[in-house]
Design a protein around this ligand. Structure first.
Ligand code: CA
Length: 576
């Protein structure tokens, strides 16, 4: 047995409550090394004999198999050891190491499932379809509020140009979101700022006048809620804009300003070119970094966060540059926001492994760039094949509790990346395949405005072009594809909130397949990421639940026996 590969800890994604009396345990072992993994568990204070449960493989990457099991105790106080067998040797794996015989005081402990520790992202967010809008570029509903110099809507944007998009434009085009079938609207920042992107806030309490006013926002929120759509705004608390009153005060009064400590100023007087103060990224003078360790800075920003939830009824916040702000700030942020609305969603911008923020005390979800990069490499660039793709997904999957995975903002692109269709070299077949994956895999698929009608664009500023509204210019076939897949998500709860098991990852044919399963329903998705027809023998699928006798194709309604199934080039099969 490869003992050095065996791993478990009694916290995080390796041991978490799946229900008030149920613990979900994960055990890692070398891939293919074990023939059997079981857990013996008992009440820490009880005297009855241990119960036993078999673990099954929930995911595999290139090195490891991840075994999982749910164990239940009415008393909620768990002691447990694993019993592992590789065919040659049977060993107990415990908190104190490996033993041939079970001895006292070596067990793992999950001391108690405290009700206060039970948490999950808001149920409405789990599996929801999110639509991201960059308001300056979605639609211009009110030419009267346009900035002074507005370029042509269809002209390639620059980092500093304006087109006049606004909140009224979103209201006017709301039917598009309803037709598409989205559940959540996420807007990049809308507060007063001199830029087109508004990530350099001048006033956190004012809607940017080029976007509208409080009345327009109220109207948009009420429109969303009437259609059962949630709305999430962008909180830029890592830094402010140089025009923010506190920073202006420091510029003017130097050390005499009561806000001098709000920023990390290396020497006085304050210089802006180059900046002699800490900023967002490298010397971005227009974005001074805020010192959130100070109580008055926190108080100010937390009041902003609560204000828009309490007074306007927004449903959550997406947090810009969330990983450069102290964890303690986010803990207070969560307490304040959830006190106002326990169902509010908190999504951090963290591009990498994010479990430090996803333990129930800070965020509910993050922008899932690990998902995005895996999709980019597999579907667009073709630099990895099916097995590596499965490995990359597995690493993310086992890293977070299941409800967190369901709420992950799974994006293909955003205002900060090249458009995915462009990354596919304009090949709509590859793009449509990636979209099919995004809309059937576990998580909250996030659609970047315009992707659904075939918009292209290199990275910022080109990915922020004016939305294409001319139906002749829109890819109607692609738009129908999105609608069809979103409708399937709604019709099949397994696609929305089911668990996920990879069942096919063949690098030779480049076919990747998985099953989403929930309460008896199993949906099989097979993606052929190759330019040839590929065959999959359905009798070889290892179903997480009972093996079905017959399958129905949800896209064509054809019926299939469990025999060989042909998948067209860059095609997808969704079978139930
Ligand atoms: Ca306008």
């Amino acid at each position: 047995m490869l003992r050095e590969a065996v791993f478990h800890v009694a916290h995080g994604s390796y041991a978490y409550p799946a229900a008030p009396d149920t613990l979900r345990l994960t055990l890692r072992a070398a891939k293919g090394d074990l023939q059997r993994a079981a857990v013996l568990y008992w009440d820490r204070y009880g005297s009855s004999a241990p119960a036993a449960a078999e673990l099954s493989i929930a995911a595999e990457d290139e090195l490891f198999s991840y075994y999982q099991v749910d164990v239940q105790l009415k008393t909620k106080r768990f002691a447990y050891v694993f019993l592992l067998d590789d065919g040659r040797q049977s060993l107990f794996y415990t908190e104190k190491g490996f033993f041939e015989d079970l001895r006292p005081n070596v067990q793992f402990h999950y001391p108690y499932i405290a009700t206060g520790d039970l948490w999950e992202p808001p149920p409405w967010a789990q599996g929801a379809v999110v639509y991201q809008i960059f308001p300056e570029r979605f639609a211009n509903g009110d030419p009267a509020n346009d900035p002074e110099e507005v370029e042509d809507w269809d002209f390639p944007p620059t980092t500093t140009s304006f087109k006049g998009g606004d909140l009224q434009g979103i209201i006017d085009r709301f039917g598009h979101l309803v037709d598409l079938g989205v559940d959540v609207l996420y807007l990049t920042p809308i507060f007063a700022s001199p830029s087109n992107h508004k990530y350099d806030t001048t006033d956190y309490y004012t809607i940017d006048p080029h976007f509208g006013d409080e009345e327009t926002l109220r109207e948009l929120i009420s429109l969303c809620h009437r259609h059962g759509i949630k709305i999430v705004l962008d909180a830029v608390f890592n830094h402010c804009g140089a025009g923010f009153a506190a920073f202006q005060d420091v510029l003017e009064k130097g050390t005499d300003s009561p806000y001098a400590h709000w920023f990390n100023i290396h020497s006085f007087p304050v210089e802006t070119d180059p900046p002699n103060y800490e900023t967002f990224a490298h010397e971005v003078a227009t974005m001074p970094k805020l010192m959130t360790q100070y109580p008055d800075v926190r108080e100010y920003l937390l009041d902003v966060a609560v204000h828009w939830v309490k007074e306007f009824g927004i449903d959550g916040w997406r947090l810009d540059v969330a990983n450069e702000i102290d964890h303690q700030f986010w803990r207070e942020f969560r307490q304040m926001v959830k006190a106002e609305n326990p169902e509010a969603l908190i999504v951090g911008e963290v591009w990498h492994e994010a479990s430090d923020w996803l333990r129930g005390d800070q965020f509910d979800s993050v922008m899932n760039y690990l998902f995005q990069q895996a999709c980019l490499d597999f579907f667009a660039a073709g630099t990895i094949r099916a097995r590596s793709f499965a490995n990359r997904l597995a690493k993310v999957q086992v890293n977070y509790p299941h409800p967190v995975n369901l709420a992950m903002f799974n994006l293909l692109g955003s205002h900060d990346t090249e458009r995915f269709l462009t990354s596919c070299g304009g090949d709509v077949r590859k793009f449509a395949l990636a979209v099919a994956f995004q809309l059937t895999y576990e998580g909250s698929p996030m659609i970047y405005y315009g992707d659904e009608v075939g918009m292209t664009g290199l990275t910022d500023p080109d990915c922020r072009r004016g939305m294409v509204w001319d139906e002749e210019e829109q890819d109607q076939e692609l738009l129908s594809w999105y609608k069809k897949l979103i409708a399937l998500r709604r019709e099949h709860p397994a696609l929305r909130t089911g668990q996920t098991r990879t069942v096919w990852a063949d690098s030779m044919s480049n076919v990747y397949g998985f099953v989403r399963f929930l309460e008896g329903e199993q949906v099989l998705v097979l993606l052929n990421n190759s330019p040839q027809v590929q065959k999959v023998d359905l009798s070889e699928i290892n179903w997480p639940g009972p093996t079905p006798k017959e399958l129905q194709d949800l896209l064509t309604e054809e019926k299939h026996n469990l025999t060989a199934l042909s998948i067209p080039p860059f095609g997808v099969k969704i079978l139930v």
